[in-house]
Structure formats: structure tokens, C-alpha cells
Design a binder for this molecule. Structure first.
Ligand SMILES: Cc1cc2nc3c(=O)[nH]c(=O)nc-3n(C[C@H](O)[C@H](O)[C@H](O)COP(=O)(O)O)c2cc1C
Length: 220
């Protein structure tokens, strides 16, 4: 698979088969992803890879919080600005519509939407998940490093026939994750990443993108 194919075939998969991912495959991907760039080559990320009983324990504990109506821990950073301006608001809403339409969930069915969101904390049935942490003393540049690292992992997973879903949902319950993985206080959970084989029975959600002219300006 070349890089264009890996980029084109990567999508946020929200239904996995549960088939275990061999440890050797995860090792290959995570070892190759260490080549991701970072400002000053400081490699500010720290990942915890959970599978088997470790992941089952985390999803059980988080699932209990979700089922109890627990809204989550105090946020350590805002997920979005309080007011999401145009055109970002429209793009976000369009992605949500696509997602719920693929699941057959009506716009007004808030309970079904909440159930779909709750699947985040079951990792959508994935057999493995990476929890990506950043030292909380770092700033904006190191956050961009984390994005590059995670995209590198996601593209390498495609080369192995695997899919993934990056999840900002996991920091909502960051204390439960930290307790499960044993993260030291100096680290902050930035993103979860569910990893596994896509369930072929689940309808894929195909998101669109803004035209190139809206997001890139050529000069010269
Ligand atoms: C940093 C980040 C966090 C995300 N968090 C979630 C999440 O918590 N739950 C989820 O279902 N999708 C999540 N997504 C997936 C996005 O919704 C998805 O990437 C976007 O709609 C574009 O769709 P595509 O990835 O299928 O191309 C996240 C993506 C990124 C990059």
C-alpha cells in the first residue's frame, strides 16, 4: 500500500470485529511510528497500548461511569471553543449528520445518539487501543507533534490492514484512564485511538472535505 492509498483509505472506523491484533503487528507499527517528526526531535508523546484484560478492565470501569450518567472529569483542555464559528460549525454538523445517517439514527433521536456516543468508551468493540499522553508542561507546538505522531500510527495501521478511530472522547474520563494505565501526574491524556479490524457488516461513514481552495492559498 502506498502513502496515497493509506491516506485515502484511512477513516474513523466505529465498528470493529474484535479479532485480536497480533502483538508483533502492533510492535511493527509503533516502532515505525517512532520516526514521526517533532519540533527539536523531542518526541513529546507517551503512549499506553491496552489490549486483552487491561482494555476490558478500562472499558468496564468507564462503561459503569457512563451508565451511571457521570458526565466525566473536569476537562484539562477545551475540546472546541465555546462558540464554534462558521465554516467549522457547519462542517462539524455535516460530519455528525453523515455518521448518524449511516447508523440509521434520526436527527431528533437524542437517546439513540447518546447510545452511539457511548460506544466510544467501549472502543467500538476494538481489541486494542492506544492512549496518547503529553507532558502537561508542553504547549501548542508539542500538540502539533502529537497530531503528527497519531497520523503516522494511523497510516501505518492501514499498511497492516488495520483501521482505527482517534477519540477525544477518552479524555472525558481521563482519571479512570490514568488509574488504569498508571500514568504519572505530569502526563495529560490527549487522545485515545481504538485499533482493530473493521467490521465489514457495518456501513462505512464517508465524510467529505472542503474544496482545496477553501483550505489552501497558493501564492506566486
Ligand atoms: C483528534 C481527533 C479526535 C476525534 N475524536 C473522536 C471521538 O471521540 N469519537 C469519534 O467517534 N470520532 C472522533 N474523531 C473522528 C472524527 O470525527 C473524524 O476523523 C472526522 O469526522 C473525519 O472523518 P474520517 O476520519 O472518517 O475521514 C476524532 C478525530 C480526531 C482527529
Amino acid at each position: 500500500m502506498d502513502v496515497y492509498e493509506a491516506v485515502a483509505s484511512r477513516r474513523a472506523v466505529r465498528a470493529f470485529t474484535g479479532e485480536p491484533v497480533p502483538r508483533a503487528t502492533l510492535d511493527r507499527v509503533l516502532a515505525a511510528a517512532t520516526r514521526a517528526p517533532s519540533g527539536g526531535n523531542i518526541q513529546p508523546w507517551h503512549g499506553y497500548l491496552l489490549s486483552g484484560s487491561a482494555l476490558a478492565d478500562l472499558t468496564r470501569r468507564t462503561g459503569a461511569r457512563v451508565a451511571a450518567g457521570d458526565p466525566g472529569d473536569e476537562p484539562e483542555f477545551p475540546q472546541y471553543p465555546a462558540e464554534l464559528p462558521a465554516p467549522y460549525r457547519e462542517r462539524r454538523s455535516a460530519a455528525g449528520e453523515r455518521r448518524y445517517a449511516a447508523l440509521g439514527i434520526a436527527r431528533a433521536d437524542a437517546a439513540a445518539r447518546a447510545r452511539a456516543v457511548a460506544r466510544n468508551w467501549d472502543c467500538f468493540g476494538a481489541p486494542a487501543a492506544l492512549f496518547c499522553y503529553l507532558d502537561r508542561r508542553f504547549g501548542a507546538t508539542q500538540w502539533t507533534d502529537i497530531g503528527m505522531y497519531l497520523q503516522t500510527v494511523m497510516l501505518l495501521l492501514r499498511a497492516e490492514g488495520l483501521h482505527s478511530c482517534p477519540q477525544k472522547a477518552w479524555p472525558v474520563y481521563h482519571r479512570t484512564v490514568a488509574a488504569s494505565v498508571g500514568a504519572p501526574d505530569r502526563l495529560m491524556l490527549v487522545c485515545g485511538l481504538s485499533i482493530g479490524y473493521a467490521d465489514p457488516a457495518a456501513a462505512p461513514v464517508v465524510t467529505d472535505r472542503a474544496p482545496l481552495a477553501e483550505t489552501v492559498t497558493y501564492l506566486g
